[in-house]
Write a protein that binds this ligand. Structure first.
Ligand SMILES: Cc1cc2nc3c(=O)[nH]c(=O)nc-3n(C[C@H](O)[C@H](O)[C@H](O)COP(=O)(O)OP(=O)(O)OC[C@H]3O[C@@H](n4cnc5c(N)ncnc54)[C@H](O)[C@@H]3O)c2cc1C
Length: 381
């Protein structure tokens, strides 16, 4: 039996960032991951994730603003580029999207962030590669960018290890046993004790919490993204094209071409899985066909046949907000899940929050709105 101060379960975006901060705080940390670091079965793999301040909800915009310098600190610590500044666009050109985009502009104004509202004519003059309707609007945010996702996870793990964290890959946790002021964690290979544990198990959260008789009201969704050939056109690369979110009945989003083509996807495409292990990794052909149609309509200069697609899991709370809370009856076991398909940009901030909460019970990070596990569990009964 080995003793640690903290054990982090799951080395995706959230767990790797939590272990990084705890190690930076000079804590004895063990990070346990059931697969290899950087695997492609969960939620944090792939080339890129959107970073943006542009949220309708001030709490998320604030958390993104707090996270940006923490990403920069991780870049310094790992001596690698992790966040590419590309700027970002929130676009609406039908009634289902206007409210979101107006609220985003209002939130950015309230928080003193930079932004610019473009009507369709100004948008088209600046970004002719995207076809917007004549009554459309867009909010341009210079603070948005692309997080190099695979690189971020590996960097956080590597720096954590360099600072003394123990990292065990391919070691699945079977049980968490709260023992008063300590917690016992049992894996397929051993037993470890610590004064606190942090559960960042992504879509496997309920499999793990079943050992405590808990089940979160979450759904697991298999999402797909696809890459489209830009034929090396500069118009689709930064700084000429940015990350974008297109608010419409089915929200679309995407990334400029960083070398692998223009990446696009639909948010919440609606393919629900019973269990995370049910993901076969094969993109849904219907989604790829609809994405192809979207690219044909919106990016007329692009080849609309996707070059390749990949899958990834969303773990959704009923209202798509996060849950960052101690477990009922186990105040030294913290949970950070699910992040409902928009958590990556905050990972380094959520990791900071979890490291603070596990050590001191409070944090300056903007996560107060996520403390609601008891209410969610009660509503489920
Ligand atoms: C297609 C797609 C696009 C997205 N786009 C964006 C975006 O543009 N911007 C953004 O901010 N967010 C985005 N997200 C959301 C973001 O990627 C996720 O919120 C984030 O990656 C969740 O990380 P996680 O650490 O909670 O989960 P995961 O990455 O799944 O990590 C959980 C880890 O825990 C491990 N684990 C589970 N159970 C155990 C156990 N019992 N023992 C040991 N290890 C265990 C798993 O193997 C896994 O590695 C996107 C998500 C998807 C799927």
């Amino acid at each position: 039996m080995t003793d640690y101060e903290f054990i982090v379960i799951g080395a995706g975006a959230m767990g790797s960032a939590t272990a990084y901060h705890l190690a930076k705080d000079k804590r004895r940390v063990l990070l346990l991951e059931q697969f290899e670091i950087g695997h492609a079965r969960g939620s944090s793999h792939g080339e890129s994730r959107i970073f943006r301040f542009a949220y309708p909800q001030p709490a998320y915009a604030r958390l993104a603003m707090q996270s940006k310098p923490l990403w920069a600190a991780l870049e310094t610590d790992c001596d690698e580029r992790l966040l590419l500044p590309t700027g970002g666009m929130d676009i609406a050109d039908d009634p289902s999207g206007f409210d979101s985009v107006h609220t985003i502009a209002a939130t950015l104004a309230e928080l003193g962030a930079q932004y610019e509202v473009l009507d369709a004519a100004r948008f088209s003059a600046r970004f002719p590669q995207f076809k917007i309707s004549p009554d459309g609007i867009a909010v341009y945010s210079p603070d948005a960018g692309v997080l190099l996702a695979d690189r971020c996870v590996r960097a956080a793990v590597r720096v954590a290890q360099r600072l003394g964290a123990a990292v065990h890959e391919c070691e699945r946790v079977h049980r968490i046993l709260p023992e008063g002021s300590r917690v016992l964690v049992e894996t397929e290979h051993g037993r470890y004790r610590a004064k606190g544990a942090i559960v960042t198990a992504g879509a496997w959260v309920n499999t793990l919490l079943a050992s405590l008789g808990l089940a979160l009201p979450v759904t697991i969704e298999k999402e797909q993204v696809a890459y489209f050939d830009t034929r090396s056109a500069a118009a689709f690369k930064p700084p000429h094209w940015t990350i974008w979110i297109h608010y419409r009945a089915e929200i679309a989003y995407g990334f400029p071409d960083l070398g692998s083509g223009l990446k696009a996807g639909f948010h919440h495409a609606g393919h629900y899985l019973e269990r995370a292990d049910d993901n076969n990794g094969v993109p849904d052909q219907g989604d790829l066909d609809r994405l192809s149609q979207y690219v044909r309509e919106r990016f007329p200069a692009l080849d609309p046949i996707p070059r390749n697609g990949l899958t990834c899991l969303y773990t959704n709370a009923p209202d798509h907000d996060f849950i960052i809370d101690p477990l009922p009856g186990a105040p030294n076991v913290w949970l950070a899940s699910p992040c409902s398909g928009h958590g990556f940009k905050f990972a380094v901030g959520i990791g900071r929050a979890l490291a603070d909460l596990a050590q001191h019970g409070e944090t300056q990070m903007s996560v107060a709105h996520t403390r609601r596990l008891a209410a969610l569990l009660e509503a489920r009964q």
